[in-house]
Design a protein around this ligand. Structure first.
Ligand code: DGJ
Length: 655
């Protein structure tokens, strides 16, 4: 018998802020708990609120932060299940100047029994209509984050990861947009999750044609034991609304993520132009070869040399040595200290690749600690790229990683780290957790990873960290919190990159997107594109090279030198300006974008035709967001145009 007239209406017909399971709202719940009596019903009632004029960090998890912001307020709404004495805190922070709201949830078990959390999402938004399109960023290795837009329909539509990483397959993001929403106009509701592990982003259209949007940790294979007195903190969701189309949403995420999620010394600094030896040498290098590449790079104006995979243990291919973080003296005879110094003397900073979360079965580490990997006793330990994943739910494993990475970082003059992660989780279980906690492994792994990253990035504040996961398999806001740039994709083909970078830019700023000019024929797709095209495409983000420049002709070297000079002139605008997407590679043969510097004086426009066509003619490209009355001069050419002219007639692109 209801005490509050609840039978007079169905909760299902009205909007819920944080729906729980078991009542008259039969749509997907945001929270589901299991009690000792086997029941899974919670009845959360309002129990007060509090407002703070600041924002607090989330315990153990990355999140957006405040920095002398007077305009960020946090609202905490308290909910309570009276029968079981479970407290739920809904935490909302409003970033007034950035135009975004963050949302996270804390669950506190005040009852006299242990409970299981079966589902605890970070955000739930109930819309009164379903006339939206669903936008997702999906793909695979080497073709990450393609933009897919589809009609919402009755039932559940979702993207998720069950792979133990946010993944190449789907990004922890979705947007709901009106049918007529374009790049520049129309309503957009963006949902992004500050998390790097298994996530769920879903929309349920119910029988009354209302849409329920949810985002959070994936409930699939998740079960968390919350003992009496314990708390559970969900990751943070970042909710954005824009009436200025997809560009409006992207700019909000770009500004917030580059200024209030990324942190550290490099947050506000232009990023160095780097050269990475991976596609130049793969595992086949020695100290002499490395120095030859670095020497040529320094002559051309490159600022940072990155030594990729293969410098440690006995690693001459990918079958061995992950976990053995000591230098391979056969390849680098003088050691890293000497090599890094010599590279510094050439005028370059020195950077190093690691893959610290992994162990090769063929390694010293695995021999010593065969139970340190994620596994289930008696079951196959499936390898991916010949490697297993270390069990970061264990403190001693995290400590080992912190110590072995720190030892190397202290042993040489290292200014940059590329932190890679090259496989997904299988046979998930931890030798250190009791049976009732096995399904906590994947989330505990993330908590362990975040702890490692917090410690290492704090201990080495001057190092620039770049995250990577077989290219862009963990390009997510969780990683960006610790590492302000990400290797966008293992596909370095300029034409393929157009889609990848265009899609990535929906949420992530150019400065976070690392883009390299590589050799032709391209190693992933075999395509030959002009060096000029490769340069223009890579300049859409954080610029670098990844090829053996010692093998380039003098003519090509001077083109590279010019590219580097140009990028140095315009990188402040590219890395810190406001980006506008003009022509989409998903919709046309032509691809264009522009970035306006924050002071509005400089505009960088980029235009690429994907496939050459015969018999074409000069064509205008309409720019946007300029000052109509201002005059704009084309650098290097001298012609002057009015802002109104460029916006209404367009910039003429020579055929
Ligand atoms: C995957 C990365 O994405 C590549 O750039 C390279 O670092 C390799 N791993 C090295 O094994």
């Amino acid at each position: 018998v209801s005490t509050d007239n609840i039978e007079a209406f169905q909760l299902e017909t009205i909007s819920q802020e944080y729906p729980s399971f078991g009542n008259t709202d039969l749509r997907s719940p945001a929270i589901e708990l299991e009690f000792e009596d086997g029941s899974t019903i919670t009845d959360l009632r309002y129990d007060g609120y509090k407002i703070y004029e600041t924002k607090f960090p989330l315990e153990g998890l990355p999140s957006t932060y405040v920095e002398n912001d007077k305009d960020v307020e946090t609202l905490e709404i308290y909910l309570k299940d009276n029968l079981k004495d479970i407290k739920v805190i809904l935490m909302y922070s409003v970033f007034e100047n950035f135009n975004a709201i963050t949302k996270a949830v804390k669950i506190i078990n005040k009852s006299n029994e242990d409970v299981y959390i079966l589902r605890a999402l970070s955000a739930n938004v109930d819309f009164k209509q379903d006339d939206f399109d669903f936008i997702q960023l999906s793909g695979a290795w080497a073709r990450e984050r393609y933009i897919i837009r589809s009609n919402l329909r009755a039932g559940i539509q979702s993207v998720e990861s069950r792979r133990g990483a946010s993944s190449h397959a789907h990004n922890p993001f979705m947007a709901l947009v009106r049918k007529d929403t374009t790049e520049q106009n129309g309503d957009v509701y963006g949902f992004s999750l500050v998390y790097s592990g298994n996530f769920l982003a879903s929309v349920e259209v119910d029988m009354y044609n209302k849409a329920r949007a949810q985002i959070g940790i994936n409930p699939f294979d998740f079960k968390w034991l919350l003992k009496k007195g314990e708390k559970f903190q969900t990751p943070e969701a970042v909710l954005v609304y824009s009436s200025n189309g997809l560009t409006g949403m992207s700019q909000i995420y770009h500004n917030l993520y580059s200024k209030r999620l990324c942190k550290g010394r490099y947050r506000d600094r232009v990023r160095p132009i780097l050269i990475n030896n991976w596609e130049a040498t793969y595992f086949d290098f020695d100290e002499v070869k490395i120095k030859e590449i670095a020497k040529e790079a320094s002559k051309l104006g490159i600022e940072l040399f990155v030594l990729d995979d293969g410098w440690f243990g006995k690693r001459n291919d990918d079958t061995t040595s992950l976990g053995d973080w000591f230098v391979n003296k056969e390849k680098i005879k003088g050691g890293l200290g000497k090599l890094s110094k010599e590279i510094n003397e050439m005028g370059l900073m020195f950077g190093l690749w690691f893959e610290p979360e992994m162990v090769s079965p063929n390694s010293e580490l695995y021999k010593k600690h065969p139970d340190w990997c994620i596994h289930v006793p008696g079951r196959t330990r499936s390898t991916g790229r010949n490697q297993l994943i270390l069990d970061l739910s264990r403190k001693e494993v995290c400590d080992y990683i912190i110590k072995s990475v720190s030892n190397i970082l202290e042993s040489a003059s290292i200014s940059y780290v590329k932190w890679d992660m090259n496989r997904n989780m299988t046979e998930v279980g931890s030798a250190a957790l009791p049976p009732e906690r096995q399904r906590e492994t994947a989330h505990r792994y993330m908590l362990g990873l975040y702890k490692i990253l917090e410690e290492i990035t704090t201990k080495f504040p001057n190092i620039l960290f770049e995250s990577c996961s077989g290219g862009g398999g963990r390009f997510d806001p969780g990683m960006l919190y610790y590492m302000p740039q990400t290797w966008t994709s293992d596909d370095t083909d300029a034409i393929e990159r157009l889609k990848i970078q265009f899609g990535t830019s929906l949420v992530y700023p150019s400065i976070s997107m690392c883009c390299h000019v590589s050799a032709v024929p391209n190693h992933q797709v075999g395509r030959i594109t002009p060096l000029k095209t490769r340069g223009i495409v890579a300049m859409a983000g954080n610029f670098g090279y990844e090829l053996d420049i010692t093998k380039l002709s003098q003519e090509k070297k001077s083109i590279v030198k010019e590219q580097i000079k140009l990028y140095k002139e315009i990188r402040k605008t590219i890395q810190f300006g406001d980006a506008f997407r003009l022509l989409s590679p998903f919709e046309s043969n032509e691809v264009a974008w522009m970035i306006i510097s924050k002071d509005k004086y400089e505009i960088v426009v980029s235009y690429i035709k994907q496939y050459a066509q015969p018999n074409t003619w000069d064509k205008p490209l309409k720019l946007t967001a300029l000052e109509a009355d201002a005059k704009y001069k084309i650098i290097g050419e001298g012609s002057i145009f009015g802002g109104d002219e460029l916006m209404n007639i367009g910039l003429v692109i020579p055929k």
